[in-house]
Write a protein that binds this ligand. Sequence first.
Ligand SMILES: Nc1nc2c(c(=O)[nH]1)N[C@@H](CN(C=O)c1ccc(C(=O)N[C@@H](CCC(=O)O)C(=O)O)cc1)CN2
Length: 287
Amino acid sequence: MAQIIDGKALAAQVLARTAAEVAEIVAAGGDAPGLAVILVGNDPASEVYVGRKIAQCRKAGIRSIEHRLPADTAQDVVLALIDELNADPKVHGILVQLPLPKHIDAALVLDRIDPGKDVDGFHPVNVGRLSTGTGGLVPCTPLGVMLLLDSVIDDYRGLNVVVIGKSNIVGKPVSMLLLEREATVTVTHIETKDLPDVARKADIIVAAAGAPHLVRGYWVKPGAVVIDVGITRVVDHDGNTKIVGDCATHELDHAKAVTPVPGGVGPMTIACLLSNTVLAAKRAAVA
Ligand SMILES: Nc1nc2c(c(=O)[nH]1)N[C@@H](CN(C=O)c1ccc(C(=O)N[C@@H](CCC(=O)O)C(=O)O)cc1)CN2
């Protein structure tokens, strides 16, 4: 039976550590770290995620500053808000919830965030720092994936990793983090030929394709570790909505360890956002 890696429990540990760091900053006379959260529009899933981020900030002692803007907000208004937050010394982290409405150029908006406050790690400066292994803020989901992997793997050197999906948010950054650990990384995507055969060679699979139950049991070699980043809402036979991942986890008994969906990578994303906010605040204090 594969070990189920409990993302909720690990996220709780990260959050507890983060709360302790906030308490230390405040006890030393510093300002509590501040996270500005920008939500444009009313995408229901985004509303839920933003609500959770703000609730977790409150628990950890991080000040959250909410900016909820209507769906038809002009791009210039969002850019002007970011300029204001960049200049505010009490704001240590800025998060723009994705996806943005179609009339807004997400790349332009993300590029406007001060790289030192870019707690999502999406700014080109942070992307460059990650790919050159020179610090910077690391995107939250890939950071969470690494912590989950670290709970079952000591040494990545020479391990074969297959990453499924080449997104800027998960696939590419997680590949960079694994390369830093000297794993041999293959990044696959929709055009990859014979994907099941490629996957079967992996000691670690990171599935981030957004395709429900794409990774079947026969894709996974015995003893492999499987991290499921997919979160897709589907309607089951009884008409109930449920969340499923990219992996057919019920077929993975022969794996060494797997992450569940829900309760795996998702909770780690939010925990890592908070730890990035504290990191950004600490770096700002010594800059
Ligand atoms: N600015 C950002 N936007 C988005 C990001 C991001 O990292 N930064 N990631 C996703 C959404 N997201 C956080 O924002 C996120 C997604 C899922 C979860 C989560 O805990 N999921 C649960 C299951 C889903 C549920 O219960 O509704 C789980 O996996 O257990 C947290 C955060 C896109 N946008």
